[in-house]
Design a protein around this ligand. Structure first.
Ligand code: NAD
Length: 367
């Protein structure tokens, strides 16, 4: 009986959507299901004050639906602030598809997902994230115009990952300048955790500059390939968080700065591509600050990708993409200085600026 379900203790423990810890006044959460293709997806639209909610689609084998929901809520919120601090007229959104991208992703599933995106009439615009390729976005493009990150041959700006990596590299250099007094990374020991689309290009920039790069990934084949291509050393230990390093670059999944790791980390700077690196923003940001570890906010320094896909909507070219991405260096330095001047965490300083821009626009919109 439905009343039994509603009254059940388990369900009462926490409200399923609006009561989630990671729910932050999201405007819309859309659950997409298609039996024929096996699609189970959630689209999170956090905030559309600055423009349509743009954010990639992640395909991941979550342990359960709560994890997937939590991920999409956190990721879409992050996109709102990323667009805001980067000065783009975009809102924050994100999508997750529940499943194994290697074995369960089919053209039919991608197109069905595209139809769900289309049904939102442009309020949400998708792109690639973990588990997605440019070719997947090309499939989505067959059923909806509300997709970016499509192939250059199809009029898109191509894979955003190299630009994301370049922006992370710029943010890392700025954080190094702030912490060490110089942005030269030659000789610095940098741990890159996750050497996928973004991580690999970051390794390339770092080894080109002469940094001592240590790489770690759960994919052994990639480790071997990236190591032999760029001469990066493969981490052989069992606990990367106990390794001494100058810079920690998380480029896999989020929440790696958490209760278990935050006191262990032996880095001077954290600067990486992963979204939502701090498991609990205020708490873990404050501990890093107390420990003197400079944290370059993820949503600030990994904005290269969104700058790249935004070009598809606004029609600007490669030169402007590079200029905007290079500017991440200046913005990062400003935020780090602002945090120190106001005795707040670097994450808070970045959030304050992003929130201010949204509030100003909201006022203008309501006039
Ligand atoms: P990807 O899927 O290409 O690479 C992720 C890599 O991390 C893979 O090689 C995977 O094996 C590895 N990995 C997964 N779990 C791991 C673990 N526990 N330890 C070590 N390695 C692990 O993804 P990507 O596109 O390179 O994105 C990386 C991160 O950057 C993601 O958090 C993504 O959300 C974020 N990001 C990406 C972009 C972009 O343009 N691709 C833009 C902004 C943010």
């Amino acid at each position: 009986m439905i009343s039994d379900i509603i009254n059940s203790k388990d369900i009462k423990k926490v409200d399923p959507v609006f009561g989630q810890l990671s729910f932050d006044n999201h405007e819309q959460v859309v659950f997409c299901n298609d039996k024929d293709t096996g699609l189970k997806a959630i689209i999170g639209i956090h905030n559309t004050v600055l423009g349509p909610a743009l954010g990639g689609t992640r395909m991941w084998q979550y342990n359960n639906e709560w994890e997937a929901l939590n991920d999409v809520l956190r990721l879409s919120r992050g996109m709102t602030f990323k667009a805001a601090i980067t000065g783009l007229n975009l809102g924050g959104g994100k999508a997750v598809i529940i499943g194994d991208a290697k074995t369960q992703k089919t053209p039919e599933l991608m197109k069905r997902f595209g139809e769900f995106v289309h049904s939102l009439s442009g309020k949400y615009i998708t792109a690639e994230d973990v588990g997605m390729e440019t070719s997947d976005m090309d499939l989505v493009r067959e059923v909806t115009p509300y997709v970016t990150g499509i192939s250059e041959s199809k009029g898109g700006a191509g894979n955003p990952s190299p630009i994301t990596a370049y922006g992370v590299y710029m943010g890392m250099k700025a954080a190094a300048k702030y912490k060490f007094g110089s942005d030269i990374l030659e000789g610095k020991k940098v741990v890159v955790q996750g050497i996928g689309h973004v991580g690999e290009t970051l390794v390339e920039h770092l080894t080109n500059e002469g940094a001592k790069v240590l790489i770690t990934d759960i994919n052994e084949e990639r480790l071997q390939a990236v190591s032999s291509k760029y001469g990066a050393e493969i981490y052989k230990g069992h606990d990367i968080y106990s390794e001494s390093m100058d810079i920690y670059a998380p480029c896999a999944l989020g929440a790696t700065v958490n209760d278990d790791t935050v006191y262990k980390l032996k880095a001077e700077v954290i600067a990486g591509a992963a979204n939502n690196q701090l498991a609990i923003e205020d708490k873990h940001g404050a501990i890093l600050q107390q420990r003197g570890i400079v944290y370059a906010p993820d949503f600030l320094i990994n904005a290269g990708g969104i700058i790249n896909v935004y070009a598809e909507l606004e029609g600007y070219g490669r030169q402007e993409i590079n200029r905007k991405t290079e500017n991440i260096y200046n913005t990062t330095l400003e935020i780090l200085e602002n945090a120190t001047a106001n005795s707040i965490t670097t994450n808070q300083a970045a959030l304050n600026i992003a929130r201010e821009r949204i509030a100003t626009r909201k006022k203008e919109n309501s006039k």
